[in-house]
Design a binder for this molecule. Structure first.
Ligand code: NAI
Length: 265
């Protein structure tokens, strides 16, 4: 089976496309004959990624763009540049993300940046690209990369959890809106990777930990679920259902947040 939008001559734009899951997606789309624009804040990695892409497709089918997804103006420039270069976008993968760590009250205070990149990046990309994608009256995909942490909200790194919960809520709203827009052939999808071995999660490790997926495995799974028409692309190597079950039991027992005794001082 193959997805009708992941097709020769169509155009894919991938933010955070210079490494990890984004680059693996760009490679897969390029192998399928698509023209790809990888957009990333890291210019050096972009150049390296373009070289990799050129090993699987013609250099004329590869575009790089330096973007900061947290800034709407920068994303607008990206949208204009892709339109001018490739004539439009068939797949937008809003995938750029950071996870520098956060605490509720302590330092360093990464809250603004984490929410700006992870959540606003996805909002900016979707809101800026969707109108021109819809206007083409062609089938298209908007894939937003969320995280299981946006659903299960485990303790630790609250800013990342909040940013990814925002990605989930926004993408659900986007899907609803696109479905209810006349003559719109664009569908939205929420990718929820499991534990993927990338620069984001390596944290000094050079070997893939047991159980972690490669970016390529994640993208293969994503494409299979897109072909099946899933909205939630929930990679199976994660514990979302179990974590939600546990949370439900805690809620039922009244044991989340409000019924806990205060910490002793
Ligand atoms: P990665 O670090 O390899 O890729 C992220 C890319 O985003 C980098 O190339 C980085 O330069 C780029 N980026 C960062 N800030 C940017 C900005 N302001 N504008 C444009 N580009 C920017 O990490 P990975 O793992 O491939 O992450 C991709 C997405 O997957 C992220 O949204 C991440 O939160 C999400 N994710 C990753 C998981 C994992 O286990 N690796 C698990 C769940 C979600």
């Amino acid at each position: 089976m193959s997805h009708p939008v992941i097709a020769k001559g169509n155009v894919a734009v991938i933010t955070g496309g210079a490494s990890g899951i984004g680059l693996a997606a760009a490679m897969a789309f390029a192998r399928a004959g698509m023209k790809v624009c990888i957009a990333d804040v890291d210019q050096t990695r972009l150049a390296e990624a373009a070289t990799k892409l050129s090993s699987v497709t013609a250099a004329t089918h590869v575009m790089t763009f330096v973007v900061d997804v947290s800034r709407a103006e920068s994303v607008k420039e990206l949208e204009r540049a892709v339109g001018a270069h490739f004539g439009g976008t068939d797949i937008l993968m809003n995938n750029a993300g950071i996870q520098p760590g956060s605490t509720l009250f302590g330092e360093p205070d990464n809250w603004q940046r984490i929410i700006a990149v992870n959540m606003w990046g996805i909002v900016n990309g979707s809101r800026i690209f969707a109108p021109s994608m819809i206007a083409r009256r062609k089938a298209g995909l908007i894939i937003n990369t969320g995280s299981k942490q946006g659903i299960t909200t485990p303790p630790g790194d609250p800013a990342y959890n909040v940013s990814k919960a925002g990605v989930k809520a926004f993408t659900e709203a986007l899907q609803h809106e696109l479905r209810n827009t006349r003559d719109c052939h664009i569908t939205a999808h929420l990718l929820i990777p499991g534990f993927v071995f990338t620069g984001l999660t390596a944290k000094g490790r050079t070997e893939k930990p047991a159980g972690a997926w490669t970016p390529e495995q994640t993208v293969d799974f994503m494409i299979a679920r897109l072909e099946a028409g899933d909205f939630y692309i929930l990679c199976p190597d994660n514990d979302v259902p179990r974590a939600l079950d546990e949370k439900r039991m805690l809620w039922a027992a009244g044991d989340i947040v409000e019924n806990r005794p205060p910490l002793s001082r």
